[in-house]
Design a protein around this ligand. Structure first.
Ligand SMILES: Cc1cc2nc3c(=O)[nH]c(=O)nc-3n(C[C@H](O)[C@H](O)[C@H](O)COP(=O)(O)OP(=O)(O)OC[C@H]3O[C@@H](n4cnc5c(N)ncnc54)[C@H](O)[C@@H]3O)c2cc1C
Ligand SMILES: NC(=O)c1ccc[n+]([C@@H]2O[C@H](COP(=O)([O-])OP(=O)(O)OC[C@H]3O[C@@H](n4cnc5c(N)ncnc54)[C@H](O)[C@@H]3O)[C@@H](O)[C@H]2O)c1
Length: 471
């Protein structure tokens, strides 16, 4: 049995754990990193990377099928095994960055196995016992499969198995229209599957309703059969087919079933009581600095910290832990976390939605909406759908909602502006390259001032006065 003493012991080598490990090791700390599954965690192996690689292939098929701008549409031949080979190759290209070899090269001790606490200051993995000054729980989350009558009798795909498919589903039924459900519905539809989505409540319910409507209109126009406010009351295996009976009496018969009904923190098996670490359904109970409320040696990052499920949030959490655990500096988890749903059109959000801002600021809120239909680049592409909506208070943005191609990339400007409290006047005054979709940001910001500038009798009088005297 190996007994190890270290400065930091990290459980989970996904986005959060790897970022803490890389930062801590390169700053001179002794680091033990424990991974029970695959290095790289969910994002690399079963999440962001395979889903976005699949979405990219589906986008190509969609472009070919759409034609337009003088290009005749065609019925693309989708070679699904080749599409999945692209997905696997993308993972393989990125994997070395997250590999055991790379981390050992950085001086990290990497142990493969499932970790469990044996006491408030010790973790066991296989034959090893690790005592550490600080522990970081970075164990991520797992898909929740709903306990529907008959679900145990049918094969259920989750994100952990979806990307191992070798044959294109003839008819994919998806439970849940959150980001996973919507992204995968559109991708599989574009690749040629029939797709039915059953959503118990409302699709993308966190998002701005106007933005959601634009995304859903796109999905439905492409043939995704979306059943909102519908519940599956019974599932049955018809021998190679899956039958779902909904609460309105309708019946769906599909070849495949994907559960995209949310995720719960992966804390089972950690034996948290042995370390006096409190948790709830969201994750480890942590303070604003991500430290366990009940065991001060312990931090949680990423999905396990229960503050949101995004790779960039896990990365930001890692920085918060490193500041405190290595440098003894204060730090807090970020409050303003952007999110993007990678449908076409993309839906990107940072800061407050209109509804959130209105609830807080009431009449002080100004909402500035700028449609891409007024953007020259969008018009050259004959893709005028979507808009930028900016929530502004006292001359500064407090939220931004973007819908359209590349909305996620264009969100960066608003993320910075809101985080750094940059004034709308600064954005309106930017010189941006023409023609770009980013100009929509400048126009939206400019709209805050245009009424004051162009419909202002006092200003008009002043301009006329000045004009009388200038030579
Ligand atoms: C289909 C899908 C698409 C997504 N797309 C996006 C996206 O586009 N953008 C985005 O920002 N986010 C996306 N996400 C979310 C993103 O994948 C997660 O938020 C991110 O992976 C969380 O990182 P993490 O480090 O907290 O956990 P993970 O990456 O899940 O890593 C946790 C690791 O801990 C290991 N582990 C767990 N328990 C133990 C234990 N007891 N002992 C040892 N090891 C353990 C696991 O094996 C795993 O490798 C997506 C998720 C899914 C499912
Ligand atoms: N682009 C991205 O950044 C991205 C992409 C995918 C996933 N993620 C992360 O992963 C998390 C999980 O995604 P998700 O889409 O699985 O979860 P989610 O919780 O966001 O959405 C799940 C949906 O399933 C519905 N639902 C729950 N039980 C149901 C049932 N029995 N029948 C029908 N519908 C049911 C819910 O009402 C909800 O709309 C997200 O919250 C997000 O943080 C991010």
């Amino acid at each position: 049995m190996g007994r190890l003493k270290t400065d930091i012991c990290i459980i989970g080598a996904g986005a959060g754990g790897l970022s803490v490990a890389a930062g801590a090791a390169q700053m001179g700390a002794r680091v033990v990193l424990i991974e029970g599954g695959e290095m790289g965690g969910d994002c690399l192996n079963h999440g962001c990377i395979p889903s976005k690689a699949l979405i990219a292939a589906a986008h190509r098929a969609h472009l070919a099928r759409s034609g337009g701008l003088g290009i005749a549409p065609c019925d693309p031949v989708v070679d699904f095994p080749a599409v999945m080979a692209h997905v696997a190759a993308t993972i393989a290209t990125i994997a070395p960055h997250d590999s055991q070899q790379r981390f050992e090269g950085l001086g990290v001790t990497v142990l493969r196995g499932w970790a469990r606490f044996t006491s408030p200051q010790e973790v066991a993995v296989g034959e090893h016992r690790i005592r550490a000054r600080r522990f970081v729980i970075a164990t991520g989350s797992r898909p929740v499969v709903p306990a529907l009558p008959g679900i145990e009798t049918v094969p259920v795909l989750t994100n952990e198995t979806l990307f191992t498919l070798r044959d294109l589903p003839r008819h994919l039924m998806i439970l849940g229209a959150g980001p996973i459900g919507c992204e995968m519905a559109q991708a599989f539809r574009r690749l040629g599957s029939l797709v039915t989505v059953v959503e118990a409540k409302s699709p993308l319910s966190r998002e701005d309703p106007q933005a959601t409507a634009a995304v859903l209109a796109g999905l439905q126009a492409e043939g995704v059969d979306l059943r909102s406010g519908a519940n599956v009351v019974r599932l049955r295996d018809l021998g190679g087919q899956i039958e779902a009976v909904l609460d309105d009496g309708s019946v769906i018969v599909a070849s495949h079933l994907l559960a995209a009904t949310g995720r719960k923190p992966a804390l089972d098996g950690l034996n948290l009581p042995a370390a006096r670490i409190a948790c709830d359904y969201r994750g480890i109970r942590v303070s604003a600095n991500l430290r366990s409320a009940t065991n001060r040696r312990v931090y949680a990052v990423g999905d396990a910290a229960g503050q949101g499920q995004f790779t960039h949030l896990a990365g930001a959490h890692a920085g918060v832990v490193i500041r405190q655990a290595l440098l003894s500096l204060p730090a807090r988890a970020p409050q303003q976390v952007p999110r993007v749903t990678y449908t076409d059109p993309e839906l990107a959000q940072t800061g407050m939605t209109e509804a959130e801002a209105r609830a807080i600021y009431g009449g002080r809120l100004t909402v500035l909406t700028e449609a891409y239909a007024r953007n020259d680049r969008a018009l050259t592409e004959a893709a005028p759908q979507g808009f930028v909506k900016v929530m502004a208070v006292a001359g500064r943005p407090v939220g931004a909602t973007l819908v359209g191609p590349g909305a996620g990339d264009q969100l960066a400007l608003w993320q910075l502006a809101i985080a750094r409290r940059i004034k709308l006047s600064a954005i309106a005054g930017l010189v941006l390259p023409y023609p770009t979709r980013a100009e929509t940001a400048k126009r939206a910001a400019g709209a805050y001032f245009s009424a004051k500038l162009f419909d202002n009798p006092a200003l008009k009088r002043m301009v006329r006065l000045v004009q009388r005297f200038v030579p």
